[in-house]
Design a protein around this ligand. Structure first.
Ligand code: FAD
Length: 503
């Protein structure tokens, strides 16, 4: 570590996956890093804590999918063992069990997306409906996650996309829209078609094992963030909770030189934002320096989605087919999931009753209900899927409301989302809503954008080594061929036809 390096101060704002990722790498490179977090604990949307009665709760259960290579690599580096083995999942509607998914990596590997279609066990959806997804493969090939592809598809809603490709109404209602409600947290008419194609490709379609998932054997806060923050502090970074950033101080060269938290100022040679959409909007609303930039003012055109996380303790053991379950058809615009924590979490393995986490996405209409209204509603929904819940008694419960919590990939929002580099040379953006080209989503994307922001700081100061970011597994050979053919035809079209049609 050189003298010069120690003097470079980086302030990171927000301690979720993105902020912790950036802080850890820069601290390891010898920078003087201060991480400011508004909440009482690090973790962001994934933070977990204990109730007054000492029971673990968290802001929704989080899965870690097969392609989360960078997070899995971090787990190896930290030498911790937080995860379950690969788990199977089911899907329910008010009619009952609809779908069972196998562990795809245990089955003979077929060219994508054949394995996904053939190995997923649909209990009711007729073959003819499933086959109606085939024409959509053109859009999957055409959407290559480039800037041009985002601009072509982002103005279209997911519902229009599926309609234009003649996906059957039943397949849309019973397969695609449920995936959108749990993957992008919104119904099809409110999702960008670009985000839809990107998300479906990453989690389901690109390679057969991609939909395989593991869960933490406790809260992510306890199993991952606690040991990780210990490593981060050992590497020399300061992690300060309950520090809400309100402004940046910009010098005459248009560089940030300080970060304001109420009446305190943290001197900075570079700043990394790692807050969600609602967080950055609040900062912009109190920051004259950010309001002076169009790119930051435009962030007010973005939106976020309400989520509700509940945990119910029942007085008896109830048999549940699979530990993780997604549900659709209960409310028109809300998706929900439930998890058997006796199977997933070490803490509840030997509990005499059943412990269930039930999370609701796009839960707008539920947030104003009080706990005494929400708990019986959750029990009723659970009993619709698994009748044994009807007679069980709820002996304890936790209800966590998360208004405007998760990124809304609304149609037309791409043009307002920011890339990692801003118009301030030493201010970088990160988080799961940032524009990047890695191809990952959710926690993995948040972590990767944190690493990318750290690398931008390293290259800005020209000191230290960039962290290696593992790319998403490349497209299978037949997809590569289809994409390159499609690109050739597209370029040919461009060279002979005028730009006449809307993208
Ligand atoms: C219920 C639920 C279920 C989910 N399920 C999954 C899943 O199964 N798998 C998956 O991969 N992802 C899932 N996600 C998404 C995942 O949680 C996010 O993609 C990821 O956590 C985003 O991380 P981040 O670092 O970008 O932002 P965040 O986690 O939002 O962190 C931002 C941090 O910034 C802080 N902050 C905000 N304003 C300020 C300020 N002014 N000053 C200082 N700090 C500030 C916030 O307090 C917060 O800690 C789920 C989300 C929810 C809510």
């Amino acid at each position: 570590m050189s003298e010069g390096l120690q003097q470079k101060r980086v302030v990171v704002i927000g301690a979720g996956w993105a902020g912790l990722g950036a802080t850890y790498h820069l601290a390891k490179q010898g920078y003087d890093v201060t991480l400011l977090e508004a909440g009482p604990y690090p973790g962001g949307l994934v933070a977990g804590w204990q109730t007054a009665a000492g029971k673990s709760v968290e802001a929704g259960i989080h899965g870690f999918w097969y392609p989360y290579k960078n997070i899995f690599s971090l787990i190896n580096e930290l030498n911790i063992n937080p995860f379950t083995t690969w788990t199977r999942s089911s899907q329910y509607s008010p009619v009952g069990l609809e779908v069972e998914s196998p562990i795809f990596q245990h089955l003979p590997r077929l060219p994508s997306p054949l394995g996904t279609f053939l190995y997923t066990q649909f209990k009711r959806l007729p073959l003819v409906d499933r086959l109606s997804a085939l024409p959509l493969l053109y859009a999957v090939v055409d959407f290559d996650n480039s800037d041009a592809a985002w601009r072509r598809y982002d103005f279209v809603t997911a519902r229009e996309l599926f309609k234009d490709f003649n996906v059957s109404a039943r397949l849309y209602r019973e397969a695609f829209e449920p995936m959108l409600l749990v993957g992008l947290f919104a119904p099809g008419e409110q999702c960008s078609a670009a985000a839809t194609l990107g998300m479906l490709y990453y989690f389901i379609l690109a390679h057969q094992p991609d939909f395989d998932v593991v869960w933490c054997r406790g809260t992510v806060g306890e199993k991952i963030f606690r040991p990780w923050v210990e490593h981060i502090e050992k590497a020399g970074a300061k992690v300060l909770a309950k520090y809400r950033v309100t402004d940046l101080i910009i010098d005459s060269n248009n560089r940030a030189k300080g970060v304001v938290c109420g009446d305190q100022v943290f001197d900075a040679d570079a700043v990394i934002f790692a807050v969600g959409i609602t967080g950055i909007q609040k900062i912009v609303s109190t920051s004259a320096s950010l309001q002076s930039r169009e790119e930051f003012r435009n962030l007010n055109n973005l939106g976020a989605i309400d989520v509700l996380a509940t945990r119910l303790w029942f007085d008896r053991k109830i048999d549940i087919l699979r530990p993780s379950n997604a549900c659709f058809g209960f409310d028109a615009t809300t998706g929900w999931t439930f998890f058997d924590l006796n199977v997933l979490h070490d803490e509840y393995k030997y509990e005499s009753g059943t412990v269930i986490e039930a999370d609701f996405y796009h839960a707008n209409q539920f947030l104003s209900l009080n706990d005494a209204e929400i708990v019986p509603l959750v029990q009723r929904y659970l009993a619709t899927c698994i009748p044994a819940f009807r007679d069980a008694k709820v002996i304890d419960s936790s209800v966590i409301r998360l208004p405007n919590a998760v990124t809304h990939f609304a149609p037309g929002s791409y043009r307002y989302m920011l890339p990692a580099k801003t118009s301030f040379a030493n201010v970088f953006m990160s988080g799961d809503w940032i524009v990047n080209r890695h191809g990952s989503w959710s926690q993995e994307k948040a972590y990767v954008t944190g690493l990318e922001a750290a690398n931008l700081a390293v290259s800005y100061f020209r000191e230290g080594t960039p962290v290696e970011i593992l790319p998403v597994e490349e497209d299978e050979a037949h997809i590569q061929v289809a994409r390159s053919l499609n690109q050739t035809v597209r370029n040919l079209g461009k060279s002979i036809l005028p730009e006449f049609w809307l993208p």
